[in-house]
Design a protein around this ligand. Sequence first.
Ligand SMILES: Nc1ncnc2c1ncn2[C@@H]1O[C@H](COP(=O)(O)OP(=O)(O)OP(=O)(O)O)[C@@H](O)[C@H]1O
Ligand SMILES: [Mg+2]
Length: 269
Amino acid sequence: MPQSDRAVPLLRLSDVGKSYALGRSVLTRLLNREQFHAVSGLSFDVAAGESFAIVGESGSGKSTVARMMVRLVDPTTGELAFKGQSIAQLAGRDLAAFRQQVQMVFQSTMNSLNPRKTVATTLTEAIGRDGVPVADLLDMVRLPRTVLGRLPHQLSGGQRQRVGIARALARRPTLLVADEPTSALDVSIQAEIIRLLRELHRTAGVTLVVISHDLALVGELCERVAVMQHGRLVEIGSASQVLHAPRERYTAELLAAIPRGLSGQHASA
Ligand SMILES: Nc1ncnc2c1ncn2[C@@H]1O[C@H](COP(=O)(O)OP(=O)(O)OP(=O)(O)O)[C@@H](O)[C@H]1O
Ligand SMILES: [Mg+2]
């Protein structure tokens, strides 16, 4: 049974690991001889209402964690709990409620939106019976009505990303997991998407988990930051501590790797 909201974090990862079987033949896979550990021993909490970032170099396991959070991928070890309930064990009505409350915004909207469906169809399907009305969704992400009849390839990258966010908001989620939400966009559009996410967090109270390698973005959007390397947690703390006074050498190196000119680029948003 879920405990009271105050006692339980919105999301808790306890010793979470994910390994993939390697090897070309079906036999090696079946025998599980070679395992690649994409994520190992990951434990942290995300509190209701916070904005949380996961940063780390390419291949450090960030997207794998994001997919486990929304139950697109199951962990091989450990447990993820949403409001105190193990998400691996959710079924039936509880699973449907989880799917409604936890939404993901994908990095590549070109792949995540159905190329044959108009914006109107995509949003109407996402809304279901009791979601946010289409007109309100468009207002929330500042898209004009004129996009409704268009297919994904008839939209700009920024518009597509907004449709992806609108789709994620259609059922009024509690938790939004955004995997590199701006990496495919140019700088001015990035700033708009960041502003939009920040507004959702501050005004609508949506809990945000943002995966990014852009530390400038993270500094502007997130209150707490987890740093990953080779599938493990290197450091976790407030954004100001991690970004300005990192305890770990790896974090300092990651910070040093961003061109100075970039920080503040989004600040004008
Ligand atoms: N389905 C899979 N099968 C085998 N290996 C995988 C699979 N998915 C991911 N991996 C491996 O797991 C590791 C972590 O991948 P992941 O996509 O989580 O990294 P990431 O931190 O999101 O990287 P990026 O910043 O490039 O998006 C990588 O080495 C990747 O090759
Ligand atoms: Mg990734």
